[in-house]
Design a binder for this molecule. Structure first.
Ligand code: ATP
Length: 510
């Protein structure tokens, strides 16, 4: 893997049409990004593959698409109205505002996963930390609520105040009973959602990693309260290996350790089968789409870092060029949220359990919740390769994620080759996002498509007119095969799904 900085990735994404700064012509707006013609395809492919894997291919998970603005009482019940805050530091002289834990991280070159206002004050004093911009003192640290507010209807009074949702999870809880009953779900089951979330981050930074508007892909997985121990699917992941970083390893300043899920369960490092199952499944989702397995680890939250309601929390982390960072938070939230909404709404959100003939409030044993933009960065970083031999970047995105699946070209600009290429392009385009490219040498066209992550190039040459075949070139190893035009769509289908090795998909061209 070529180590590119996050700034380098932002430049590459802009140059190739993946991501632009929002409203750049007006100077932009911090924390907001637009996806370009390739970025939107990659983002949609990530979401589509996530939904397929987590919802369509499973019997126990169904989806919803909740609204962004909801009754503000939802955020009172969930605790967000009061507690969804970060600590803030104001410079007394220049007024610049900093997110306290980020400032401490930058100044002391150390991770701060949980800090109180008191400890911030102490550290500022002890290490004599000043405003990086003007070197003046800070006023007392204070908390800042991250929810964006808006008004509903043509009134601007407090009674009309509502919030843009800071997470998708709460909509799953408020719709829980309706979904469970109408979809006739039986415990254990999950409800999934993909959608926008908004957080007025104090200091958005690291390109797409921390934005103010982003998308989440999220599942709340509900289990019978008496059956939170055993996961019926655990066998599927027992042999799966991944780097594990427990609270104990962190406290003893040890490094993460690679182990099998069965070992982590046996040693009681991961406490429940359900948690282990979901952490492994999420890791497998990334690696199944081409991400490098060893660039991930799961990190347990330290005691002081964990939310008060969570029994145990693990994050799936990725080794970004700016350090190990959270991709996905996964808390065992117990029955906290459903109970909160029952209390605040005065509605019964329990389910009737046929076995015990009693009403039960299910437990959320795991909550795989991740940002689409962070997944976008992971796939881009893992795909990015500067190929010295070829002299260009090769973006080795999994074909399922690649924005353009194939580029079709005539070998030279002759009418009969152009006509044939257009015919093939028009046919392929019905099923795959394809590009037609006739400018520059074939080598130049290969290089251009390597950089955009296009996995296959289809070249139409003079022989094609006689043998009704084309040359298919593989982005990752530049190998070429000859494929009959009538079989091209079927071959592409197999190659995109990686159901066949490239060399076996046609006659290898020496
Ligand atoms: P962080 O500690 O990085 O602020 P968090 O713990 O607040 O994240 P969660 O509330 O657990 O995040 O949100 C679930 C997921 O949503 C995160 O793991 C991340 O992938 C994504 N996410 C959260 N905040 C942002 C953001 N500002 N920009 C992009 N993605 C985000």
């Amino acid at each position: 893997m070529t180590q590119l900085t996050i700034e380098g990735m932002a430049v590459f994404c802009k140059r190739k049409g993946f991501v632009y700064q929002n409203s750049e012509i007006y100077g932009g707006l911090a924390g907001f990004w637009d996806f370009g013609h390739l970025g939107v395809e990659l983002k949609n492919n990530i979401k589509y593959n996530w939904w397929n894997f987590h919802v369509r291919q499973r019997e126990d998970i169904v989806g919803i698409d909740g609204s962004i603005v909801t009754n503000p009482k939802v955020w009172k019940a969930s605790g967000h109205a009061e507690n969804f805050t970060d600590a803030l530091l104001d410079c007394k002289k220049c007024g610049k505002r900093y997110r306290a834990d980020h400032l401490l991280e930058d100044e002391l070159k150390k991770e701060f996963n949980a800090v109180t206002l008191e400890s911030i004050k102490e550290m500022i004093k002890k290490h004599k930390i000043k405003c990086p911009k003007c070197k003046s003192d800070f006023s007392e640290p204070k908390v800042f609520n991250l929810m964006f507010t808006t008004n509903v209807g043509p009134i601007e009074e407090e009674s009309a105040k509502a919030y843009l949702r800071p997470e998708t999870a709460q909509l799953i809880f408020t719709d829980f009973k309706l979904v469970a009953e109408n979809a006739r779900m039986k415990l254990p089951f999950g409800i999934a959602q993909i959608g926008k979330a908004f957080r007025n981050e104090i200091s958005p930074r690291d390109f797409l990693f921390r934005c103010r508007e982003f998308e989440q892909m999220e599942i709340e997985y509900f289990v019978h309260p008496d059956k939170t121990g055993k996961c019926p699917f655990i066998k599927e992941v027992l042999e799966h290996e991944l780097f594990i970083y427990s609270d104990e390893m962190q406290e003893k300043n040890k490094k993460e350790k690679k182990m099998k899920v069965k070992e982590a369960l046996k040693k009681n490092i991961i406490k429940t089968e359900w948690h282990a199952y979901w952490l492994a499944v999420e890791h497998k989702w990334f690696t199944g789409l081409g991400a490098e397995a060893d660039n991930f680890r799961i990190r347990q939250h330290l005691k002081e870092e964990k939310s008060h309601y969570a029994l145990d929390t693990w994050d799936l982390e990725y080794k970004f060029p700016f350090g190990w960072k959270e991709l996905q938070g996964m808390a065992n939230r117990t029955d906290f949220d459903l109970k909160q909404h029952m209390e605040h709404s005065k509605q019964d959100l329990s389910l009737f359990d046929e076995e015990s003939k009693k009403k039960v409030v299910p437990h959320v044993v795991a909550e795989p919740s991740q940002g689409v933009e962070r997944a976008f960065l992971v796939f881009m970083f893992d795909a990015y390769n500067e190929d010295k031999e070829r002299g260009n970047v090769v973006l080795k995105l999994h074909p399922k994620l690649a924005p353009i699946k194939a580029a079709v070209f005539p070998l030279v600009n002759k009418p009969e080759l152009i006509e044939k290429s257009r015919e093939i392009f028009d046919e392929l385009k019905k099923e795959f996002n394809c590009a037609y490219d006739k400018s520059g040498s074939v080598g130049r066209r290969y290089a251009r498509n390597d950089e955009l992550g296009t996995p296959f190039c289809v070249t139409v040459d003079f022989e094609s007119l006689d043998d009704d075949s084309v040359t298919l070139r593989n982005r990752d190893d530049t190998k070429q095969i000859r494929v009959k035009i009538e079989n091209l769509k079927e071959t592409m289908r197999k190659l995109v799904n990686q159901d066949i090795e490239f060399e076996n998909a046609g006659k290898l061209v020496k």
